[in-house]
Design a protein around this ligand. Sequence first.
Ligand code: SAH
Length: 242
Amino acid sequence: MSLAVVTLFPEMFGALTDYGVTGRARDQGCYELALVNPREFATDRHNTVDDRPYGGGPGMVMKAPIMEAALTGARQALGSVGDKARVIAMSPQGQRLDDALVRELARAPALVIVAGRYEGIDERFIETFVDQEVSVGDFVVSGGELPAMLLLDAVIRQLPGALGHSDSADEDSFADGLLDCPHYTRPEAYRGQQVPSVLLSGDHGAIARWRRQQSLKRTAERRPDLLAGVALSEQDRALLEE
Ligand code: SAH
């Protein structure tokens, strides 16, 4: 997948590209990430990218013409798929990021993510060029870089080959609408707590049943809102009753 981010702090994205699953996925060519700094498109000798807000008040606003030039630079960096890229701006005012949106974005041919700083970006840039604003939650952080990395990490996990065989995204929370089951590893006894015996039984049918039951139980206890949206089978209902 071809990805680009418009950001004043491209160095931050090493946290995504250099570590763990997302680092390996990049080494394997699952995605390419272009980082485009609006600062390079500034036209004055101070490399100004922001200005004071019309109407007064605190903070600064990222300038529309410079963001437009940076977006064009990002499309160019994406090459032939640049024109087809979906443009996402990270914003606390956007659609809340969830598993369904992540899977939808992972199917796009290419993405350009725009990370804001300061008070945000001139509204006219957003209206003209941004397909969708996406939020990572009802709180405000200092810039769009960490939200963009959250989105990108979640999208990259969905790309074919990003996770090894043993580590399928389909078993994670939300994939089937439920929370994941609890996990255990050695030692068998830890601070007086035993690993559930069914997991030591070698009975794969019983283990699958127990895991499904735990998923259902956790979701019912912690996220009844999720459970309401899942089509439960007869067997699921029986497991929940138990
Ligand atoms: N004045 C804005 C917040 C600006 S924070 C407001 O109140 O709506 C600066 C930048 O951080 C934003 O442009 C956005 O890119 C990013 N950001 C902050 N909180 C975010 C969130 N919850 N989700 C996604 N991006 C966020």
